[in-house]
Design a protein around this ligand. Structure first.
Ligand SMILES: *[C@@H]1O[C@H](CO)[C@@H](O)[C@H](O)[C@H]1NC(C)=O
Ligand SMILES: *[C@@H]1O[C@H](CO)[C@@H](O)[C@H](O)[C@H]1NC(C)=O
Ligand SMILES: *[C@@H]1O[C@H](CO)[C@@H](O)[C@H](O)[C@H]1NC(C)=O
Ligand SMILES: *[C@@H]1O[C@H](CO)[C@@H](O)[C@H](O)[C@H]1NC(C)=O
Ligand SMILES: *[C@@H]1O[C@H](CO)[C@@H](O)[C@H](O)[C@H]1NC(C)=O
Ligand SMILES: *[C@@H]1O[C@H](CO)[C@@H](O)[C@H](O)[C@H]1NC(C)=O
Ligand SMILES: *[C@@H]1O[C@H](CO)[C@@H](O)[C@H](O)[C@H]1NC(C)=O
Ligand SMILES: *[C@@H]1O[C@H](CO)[C@@H](O)[C@H](O)[C@H]1NC(C)=O
Ligand SMILES: *[C@@H]1O[C@H](CO)[C@@H](O)[C@H](O)[C@H]1NC(C)=O
Ligand SMILES: *[C@@H]1O[C@H](CO)[C@@H](O)[C@H](O)[C@H]1NC(C)=O
Ligand SMILES: *[C@@H]1O[C@H](CO)[C@@H](O)[C@H](O)[C@H]1NC(C)=O
Length: 821
């Protein structure tokens, strides 16, 4: 290995600002199961909580309202609330019993309020608590913090708190914090040694100005060393006008457990940087971050740093420079050499305005595995400067990240990366890439990110068949075909988010595909067949597409294991039809019946069958057969009624009475009734005797009823049971209504309680109630009265009238008979 490498990093430093990452996104995903459970009441000039909030609320933001204080009475009970943000509310107090209303709370953000002391938060499930930017005078934590057993991230800060006392953090002694953030950018005038030694967070962020207080700084480091802290982050560790001459970080050299050191939001002079670099090289640190640094060259020769100890290597493996602003706005001078001592694996140099990468760097960073030069001003020739001569660049490099620069020609880049013999992954997102000639990719490159470049559908023709992971988000792709994908037999990851793809081809086949992202496209529906060609698929993202909520998505809602979907359910909404627009797909309920044809048929058949069965049952239960027959009879009667209307007008009959009786009561009729009445000169129509043989029995009944002045019913239990008797009754009733005459006579042979009659004899029941009837008396002596009343009832008509039309009637009956057969 060639020995001494001296790299002069030439930089054009411009002030570049990138948007900060969204701090709220993580809890949002953790907490919210449906978009409907989010309540945002921020910026509404409210002075109190609303009286009613849905008890299913999971996420509540009430920030930027002048609420001032929260009492338990005024706070709704929200058993599912997981996230509560009440920042910039001018809060001075919060009643501890409020927390009893929020048993599920995990994220509580009360930063930027006016608490004069740390509020007594007591929430066993709380994981994130932000109390930064408040007005408490010290860091004394209330006893209730003992109960925050799940707390992972705690942020505490107040401009009024300028001293830390020994017992301030005692309640947290037994809680293993992941990250503790302390301070509000003001100096700490006093620090009682041991105060932070009680805590054991994995990571500590100190937003404290230590300018001129290096004694405090050292006490702190000793305590943090004792707690075996592994990650330490300083925000604005010195104010901009601070004159730093000695090295305050000297003690970091003897902190064997510290792995990561971050210096953020600070002004750094080149003379101090030179001192600081020595400390970093000698400390046991592995990762070092410089974030948002204003760098100023206070000496004309910039940074001159040469580290070549024979007896030791630098333990540093990862160095990050993120957002470096060069105060002088000219090429800064870094003349540094490390020999073999520097074995960096990771180097990030971003947000610095760098436009040319020095030749030396390409060849000297022998061990570098990841180089991140994103967010600079590099172009094709700025990175691969034509006058640099080398055959191998970054011999160990596996990942090269060059997003947010000015790279342009894909074919040029594909040729250049051949010099990086180990390169596996290339990130060219957010550039100005265009497709020109054919690309010639090295076989070892298996991952490429071309996201946020305007490439279009032809991009697939310019990629290597060796690619396993292809990221093409926001590249202007409008369609994807199986042909496009068949060129990549090893494909495992495909990202096509933010394009304009309308459908996924049904015969898609990618046997090794594990992850597929097609969210934020124009997909309206997803066919089940698509998944058939993707047997290895483990993660799918299809959210934020304009889904048409119809049967085509039915399989998706019921058949798909949603743990496959990374963005379920929040990002899935119906966009059409209009009545479902905006409805979360997870709440779109469509029944299997509405969608599956075979099921429809089956259900239709089943329904039809059961309706038919039910109808049949009802028909049977309600004596449908009987009523049908009656209907038939009624129609016949109507027909006959018309023909005989002249006869009825004249009131002429062949018989005094037609006797309707049950066959079982024949003894009574033939032995007692008929002889008695006929003996008294009445003419009777008695069936069996007077029915015309061979004629249909109903015609016989009708004839008899119509040609009789009265119809006499011999009622008994047997009568009720007899079907024919009921026809007779039905017909007689009908006649009674037609001619408005009292033509029915009831003779009760044995008592029949009206209520015991079956329902179909509703008419008989009412008749028995309304009409007078004769009871056949058991006592012999009463029978005289019986016969007398019966005879008087039949006697009303003149015998002559009855017999006058007998001949005509018989002729008519004969005519009907021929019609019938
Ligand atoms: C709390 O809210 C403030 C103001 O919006 C925000 O800056 C901060 O990141 C939030 N804290 C957490 C832990 O998300
Ligand atoms: C907020 O409400 C107060 C009274 O409650 C009113 O005086 C003030 O103008 C309101 N502010 C805004 C921005 O609406
Ligand atoms: C919300 O309130 C309704 C009725 O008021 C109740 O049925 C339901 O169980 C409550 N839900 C929760 C999560 O407490
Ligand atoms: C801690 O929680 C327990 C049980 O919930 C309770 O009895 C105790 O008062 C709480 N301690 C403090 C200091 O709030
Ligand atoms: C922490 O735990 C130890 C032993 O388990 C106990 O003695 C001590 O009182 C606890 N401290 C607090 C503040 O709960
Ligand atoms: C840190 O602790 C180790 C022993 O664990 C000790 O050797 C070293 O001197 C300590 N460093 C500081 C700065 O206290
Ligand atoms: C940087 O150098 C300038 C000029 O020499 C000096 O005024 C300033 O205090 C220094 N700042 C730091 C942080 O060293
Ligand atoms: C960067 O640091 C400066 C102080 O040096 C600070 O004023 C500014 O707000 C910081 N910017 C960001 C984005 O944090
Ligand atoms: C430093 O690292 C190099 C390369 O990894 C190795 O050859 C050398 O022995 C190491 N030297 C010491 C003192 O550990
Ligand atoms: C860089 O440092 C080396 C060794 O001290 C010196 O020979 C060389 O001239 C310096 N280069 C620049 C450009 O300052
Ligand atoms: C869904 O898939 C996950 C793993 O991917 C598995 O653990 C779970 O059992 C599956 N659920 C169903 C209902 O198949």
């Amino acid at each position: 290995m060639s020995s001494q490498g001296t790299g002069t990093v030439v930089l054009v430093l411009l002030s570049l600002l990138t948007p900060g990452c969204m701090a709220d996104e993580y809890p949002f995903k953790m907490c919210v199961t449906s978009i409907r459970r989010i309540v945002d009441l921020s910026n509404q000039n409210r002075t109190s909580f609303p009286e009613f909030l849905p008890n299913t609320t999971e996420y509540l933001d009430i920030s930027h309202n002048p609420i001032k204080s929260i009492t338990a009475e005024a706070f709704p009970r929200l058993p599912l609330l997981c996230f509560l943000k009440a920042t910039f509310c001018g809060l001075r107090e919060i009643s501890p019993s409020v927390f009893q209303h929020l048993p599920a709370l995990q994220f509580l953000n009360l930063s930027s309020n006016e608490f004069r002391s740390v509020p007594a938060v007591s929430l066993p499930r709380l994981t994130f608590l932000d109390l930064s930017e408040n007005l408490f005078e010290g860091y004394r934590l209330p006893e209730s913090f003992q109960n925050l057993t799940n707390l992972q991230v705690l942020s505490l800060g107040s401009k009024a708190a300028q001293s830390v006392l020994l017992d301030d953090f005692k309640p947290l002694a037994n809680i293993s914090l992941h990250h503790l953030v302390l301070g509000a950018g003001v100096p700490w005038r006093a620090y009682e040694p041991g105060a932070l030694g009680m805590l054991s967070p994995q990571k500590l962020s100190l937003y404290v100005d230590f300018c001129g207080r290096f004694d405090v700084f050292n006490d702190l480091l000793v305590d943090l060393n004792a707690t075996r802290l592994s990650a330490l982050r300083f925000l604005t560790v010195f104010s901009d006008d601070c004159d730093v001459t000695v090295d305050p970080f000297l003690n970091v050299r003897s902190m064997p457990y510290l792995r990561k050191l971050t210096v953020e939001n600070t002004w750094i002079n080149s003379s101090f940087l030179q001192i600081f670099l020595t400390t970093i090289c000698l400390a046991p640190l592995q990762e070092f971050f410089f974030v948002n640094i204003t760098y100023s060259e206070d000496k004309p020769d910039g940074v001159q740093f040469h580290f070549h100890p024979a007896d030791r290597n630098i333990s540093m493996r990862a160095v990050t420079f993120d957002k470096v602003i060069h105060y002088q706005y000219r090429y800064p001078i870094f003349n540094m050499s490390f020999g073999d001592a520097l074995n960096l694996k990771y180097l990030k140099f971003s947000g610095s305005g760098m436009n040319i990468l020095p030749c030396k760097i390409l060849t000297t960073m022998q061990t570098l595995e990841t180089l991140d030069v994103s967010d600079n001003l590099l172009s094709d020739l700025g990175f691969w400067w034509p006058s640099c001569s080398y055959t191998s660049a970054f011999p160990s490099l596996k990942r090269l990240l060059m997003s947010k620069n000015r790279f342009a020609s894909l074919s040029f880049i594909s040729k250049q990366v051949h010099a990086m013999r180990r390169l596996e992954s290339l990130d060219l997102s957010f550039n100005s890439i265009y497709l020109d000639e054919r690309c010639n990719w090295p076989a070892h490159l298996i991952e490429i990110n071309l996201g946020n470049n305007n490439l279009g559908n032809d991009v697939f023709k310019h990629l290597s068949p060796n690619f396993e992971r292809i990221y093409l988000s926001k590249t202007g792709i409008t369609a994807i075909t199986q042909e496009d994908l068949s060129g990549f037999p090893k494909l495992t990851h495909l990202q096509l988010s933010f394009n304009s793809i309308k459908t996924l081809p049904e015969q898609l086949s990618a046997p090794n595909l594990i992850r597929l992202f097609v969210d934020q496209n124009a997909i309206t529906t997803l066919s089940q067949e698509v998944l058939v060609g993707l047997p290895q698929l483990q993660i799918l993202k299809v959210g934020n597409n304009p889904f048409i909520c119809s049967c085509d998505l039915h399989w998706f809602l019921i058949g798909l294991n949603t743990s496959l979907l990374l963005d379920w359910p929040l990002d899935y909404m119906c966009s059409a039809p209009v009545k479902f627009a905006g409805l979360p797909l997870s709440e779109y309920k469509i029944s299997a019946i509405a969608c599956e044809t075979w099921l429809q048929t089956a259900v239709a058949f089943a329904v039809l069958l059961s309706v038919a069965t039910a109808a049949g049952l009802i028909f049977y239960k309600l004596d449908g057969v009987w009523y049908t027959k009656m209907l038939w009879v009624w129609i016949r009667v109507k027909r006959r009624g018309k023909k005989r209307s002249h006869l009825l007008k004249n009131m002429s009959f062949s018989y005094h009475a037609f006797i309707s009786y049950s066959h079982k009561d024949a003894d009574f009729v033939n032995g007692e009734l008929a002889p008695s009445l006929e003996g008294a000169g009445f003419s009777l129509c008695v069936h069996e005797r007077d029915f015309v043989p061979g004629e249909w029995i109903i015609d016989n009944i009708i004839n008899c009823v119509e040609s009789s002045y009265k119809t006499l019913f011999v009622l008994s239990k047997d009568f009720v049971r007899s079907e024919w008797c009921n026809y007779e009754l039905f017909f007689a009733q009908h006649r009674e209504i037609n001619i408005q005459q009292d033509s029915l006579v009831f003779l009760l042979l044995e008592p029949i309680p009206a209520d015991c009659l079956p329902k179909k004899y509703l008419r008989l029941r009412t008749l028995l109630r309304q009409q007078t009837y004769l009871e056949w008396p058991k006592d012999e002596w009463k029978r005289q009265v019986f016969w007398a009343s019966l005879k008087s009832m039949l006697h009303m008509a003149d015998k002559s009238i009855v017999l006058r039309d007998a001949a005509a009637d018989l002729a008519d009956t004969a005519a009907l008979l021929t019609n019938q057969s």
